[in-house]
Design a protein around this ligand. Structure first.
Ligand code: ZN
Length: 176
């Protein structure tokens, strides 16, 4: 496995519409290696999500970290690969929260998004599955899926007043 180079804002690959993955390609060694390399890259950068265009591959594949709370157990993050994801918004409730992006290093900003979604996708074996997500995991999934359409989180900001460098975020905005 390899750690891949992450494209930063300004690289045209981040603004392209990524191509659907052909189901027949999913089980090929090349595609499986891309998935493995993205897992390793996301881990190395301590990201909570990663989209293939961010590693210069313009295909509809994202990884998202999903934190699940189960009773008294400590919340564990499960990383899920979504291929050709399709998002359906549930209800009309929206929420606003901070977002960052490995392609916009050192920046944070507040983004309003739908609070609840269902996402249908293929897994890395080519099987179809659906997730019902609320809150932060729903936000991460929308952020990553946006990358497949060339959309960055700053495009979703309704005002740049909260666009903040990490140092100032920690100093003025972060709540414990
Ligand atoms: Zn991002």
């Amino acid at each position: 496995m390899s750690i891949l180079k992450v494209a930063r804002m300004g690289h045209p690959v981040l603004r392209q519409r990524a191509q659907p993955v052909s189901p027949a390609d999913i089980t090929t060694p090349a595609f499986q290696k891309l998935v493995d390399d993205m897992f390793e890259t996301m881990d190395a950068y301590e990201g909570i999500g990663l989209a293939a265009p961010q590693v210069h591959e313009s295909v509809r594949l994202v990884l998202v970290g999903i934190t699940e709370h189960r009773g008294d157990e400590e919340a564990k993050m499960r990383i899920v690969a979504l291929i050709n994801p399709e998002i359906r918004v549930i209800g009309t409730e929206t929420g606003e929260d901070w977002e960052g992006c490995l392609s916009l290093p050192g920046l944070r900003g507040r983004v309003t998004r739908p609070n609840e979604i269902k996402v249908s996708a293929l897994d890395r074996d080519g099987g179809r599955f659906e997730l019902h997500l609320e809150g932060y995991p729903a936000r991460v999934t929308q952020h990553e899926t946006d990358h497949l359409d060339g959309i960055l989180f700053v495009d979703r900001m309704t005002s740049f007043e909260t666009l903040t460098f990490l140092e100032e975020y920690a100093r003025f905005w972060a709540k414990d």
